[in-house]
Design a binder for this molecule. Sequence first.
Ligand code: ADP
Length: 577
Amino acid sequence: MAENPPQPTIDGNTLVAKTLHHFGITHIFGVVGIPVTSVATRAVAEGIRFIAFHNEQSAGYSASSYGFLTGKPGILLTVSGPGCVHGLAGLSNASINSWPMVLISGSSDQRDSGKGDFQELDQISTVKPFSKFSAKPTSISEIPGSLLRALSRAGSGRPGGCYMDLPTDVLHQSVPQDEAMELIMKAENEIKKEEQEELSKLSSFAAIDEVEKAVTALREAQRPLVVFGKGAAYARAENELKKLVETTGVPFLPTPMGKGLIPDSHQLAATAARSLAIGQCDVALVVGARLNWLLHFGEPPKWANDVKFILVDVCKEEIELRKPYVGLIGDAKNVLGMINKVIKDNPFCLGSNHPWVEAISNKVKSNVSRMEGQLAKDVVPFNFFTPLRIIRDAISSLGTPAPVLVSEGANTMDVGRAVLPQMEPRTRLDAGTWGTMGVGLGYCIAAAVACPDRLVVAVEGDSGFGFSAIEVETLVRYQLPVIVIVFNNNGVYGGDRRTPEEVTGPHKADPAPTSFVPEAKYHVLIEAFGGKGYLARDPAELQSALDESFSAKKPAVINVIIDPYAGAESGRMQHKN
Ligand code: ADP
């Protein structure tokens, strides 16, 4: 009698890849090695693009910002132990910024646990402070459920980081090929049921009487203000915000990554009159932005003592923490839709002659004209203003679609935020809620793959660039349209700023803790891999580098030499240092 042919099987690596593909994952960022190399190659075989980095930290920053830009969880794949620990940088960054991300890390064989196995670590405990949900399948059949749950939880409620552990032995187990799809479908149905139950427990829409209370406060305010942040950007609430601002005539203030939801050039933009707007408003509708350090905790002296806050946030705990006048829990797009509907039934509009609107507009005009005065000068050696003006004009000349702007560094980011306008939603990525430095190259790579129709322009300090400078090779390898402009002022804050009295002790001959090699040739670094490097010391050199690199849309580094004495220590946060 003829034997039945053996049934084809698949292993854990392939099941991970198939589950990711089934969920709709199109990109993975990571560093391969034992035991996850096959996870990456099988994912590629499923049609997923794997972007291979040199360092898990950069790959993790990529995955976190990819989550923000696309609204889908960014995936970071790492090896066990140290790879997982390096990946924590990205996972924590995602959680702190409220961006969806899943860290998938290989781990050592379960049978050898506790014996000092290769790269052994209790990874579930290690990721705990930064993970909304963690799962460790103990056998191959648990892979789809664990992974789909991590992917689903990363984006539900307040988005954040989740973790999936892949023990080596589980990756090597196998199941019959035709059972794989059944396992995935079964897990998906279970998770859908769980999600429904969760949704029915939460009221996903703010109560209408609270919405009416909020609208009444806005209508009765003498000096109302709309503030919006990256939560509103994540919610894709730009149309609702524009409608709200334009029907009511209320001035608005974006947070750094909220910039662009309504163009910075809008006549109701209070960005250039920030201190006046937050210092004197009497009712502030704050949408998708925490009243944390970036918004001075919503407290005096930056805010008025009796300001009434109306907070819109998807996270109930956030609203409970801040104890606002009105708290509206829900997705920003939905809640703003409700607010606009209530306003439509009984419309109001401040008009351009309203004293509050006029005060803000006058302040904006005078601050902008003062800034333009500084920007107009061609200062050489470069201060921060002259090169930023040249970069601003080059970016503006690109029109739409606007490039994604990545920014980090103390002075470079602070001054750049004021000078470089944001005209389209989700086109700015910066150090964010955690003030994370070293995010630049990772963010550039995420932006290039998430927004293929846009150029990516990074404006970074030399210190921020240095954290992950080797990833310029990744830019070249994938031929990503990324132009990295390095503001090179010889170190952190501008190199050695010590007074002679501070230079003492047995190691006084060492370079200062803030110093790097002066005038380092960062532009040559990318040329080692076949990219294009430019050195710019004056306006003509910078202009020519920008013209050429913006039209080539190929990986480039422009090394802009800045006067080391031009910036301030700690940028605009000197009080914290
Ligand atoms: P910013 O840095 O721009 O001030 P934050 O990161 O401090 O913004 O705040 C973003 C807030 O947005 C978080 O409290 C988060 O819970 C919230 N959020 C995230 N997604 C949504 C959404 N879809 N709708 C409303 N709020 C959201």
